[in-house]
Design a protein around this ligand. Sequence first.
Ligand code: ZN
Length: 168
Amino acid sequence: MSVLNIVTTPDPVLRRKAHKVTDFGKDFQQLADDMIETLRDAPGVGLAAPQVGILQQLIVIEYGDDDDESVPKKLFVVANPEIVQRSEDLVEGIEGCLSIPELIGSVERSRKVVVKGLNRHGQPVKIKAEDWLARIFQHEIDHLDGILFTDRTDKVWQPTEEDEVPAD
Ligand code: ZN
């Protein structure tokens, strides 16, 4: 495994649409492993393939409850993810992005989403996510469409030491 270089704005690759994954062979497995390692190294809570310059529909998310370390972190590797259901109730929350290191922002997102996609072996998965996990999924899936969190809000600012934000 190796840590990949994270692309930052204004690199145009972040604005392009990613292609569906069709081949779950060796190269794809390597990419998934490298993205997990890159995410942990950053460290961040989510990473989408375009953020490492690869236009494939692949996201990795690793998220745990910071207030309760006895609960193990959960790792999600999802290819071709799609939001098939989203709650009407919206919540604002502060987001950062590994590809926009100098800014954070307050973004409105659905509080709950249902995501369908394929796991790293190409088998169908369905994930019900709430709160922070739902936010991370929405943020990462946006990356696959070339959308950044700064497109979804005008409330962006440079973080100070008081701002504690998980990066994705
Ligand atoms: Zn991001």
